[in-house]
Design a protein around this ligand. Structure first.
Ligand code: PNS
Length: 164
């Protein structure tokens, strides 16, 4: 049984993330979507880790071999303690590659956990949670870029932030 992890911040999950998660679910027996809980970055997040995991659980519900978890610390420690053999990462463009290659080599050297890269579908290659938040904050239409369950939560949270 091949179990892999799709790690990320998912603040919030986008259609680009779902593209990679759904394609990984067709390739591997079990996919764990792991939300990084970095306490030092909490204030810069739009959604806290429980909210991000809740949104993910809703949107991955169609795939029975996908589950959602949170992790703190090293990704390789999470992999080792959960019997995970591989890390699945989406590659949007060549600009992602340098950093992703460095992380993949570090993770392999730390714990022999290998990384499998899946090229992002072209229609999602420009998506990033940070960019979507910026566009939505200034009133741009992001309805085709995030899952329909996420859109109202995103707009509501941005409206709250504007008022505070
Ligand atoms: O969505 P992001 O912000 O690109 O996700 C980054 C994430 C969480 C996958 C990455 O920062 C990570 O793996 N963090 C865990 C800490 C760790 O293992 N660092 C060493 C990486 S070689």
């Amino acid at each position: 049984m091949t179990k892999v992890v799709c790690p990320g911040s998912f603040d919030p999950v986008t259609n680009g993330h779902l593209d990679i998660i759904s394609r990984a679910s067709g390739l591997f027996d079990e996919v764990v979507v792991a939300v990084g809980i970095n306490k030092s970055k909490t204030s810069s997040r739009l959604f806290d880790s429980d909210e991000r995991m809740e949104m993910l659980r809703t949107v991955v519900a169609p795939w029975p071999n996908v589950r959602v978890a949170g992790f703190e610390g090293l990704l390789t420690d999470f992999c080792t303690s959960n019997g995970i053999a591989g890390i699945v990462k989406g590659l949007r463009a060549v600009s992602d590659f340098d950093y992703e290659l460095q992380m993949a080599q570090m993770n392999s050297s730390l714990a022999q956990v290998e990384t499998i890269f899946i090229p992002t579908s072209p229609e999602y290659s420009f998506l990033a949670s940070s960019l979507i938040k910026e566009v939505a904050m200034f009133g741009g239409d992001v309805s085709q870029l995030v899952p329909p369950e996420v859109l109202p939560l995103l707009l509501e949270r941005l409206a709250q932030r504007r008022q505070s």
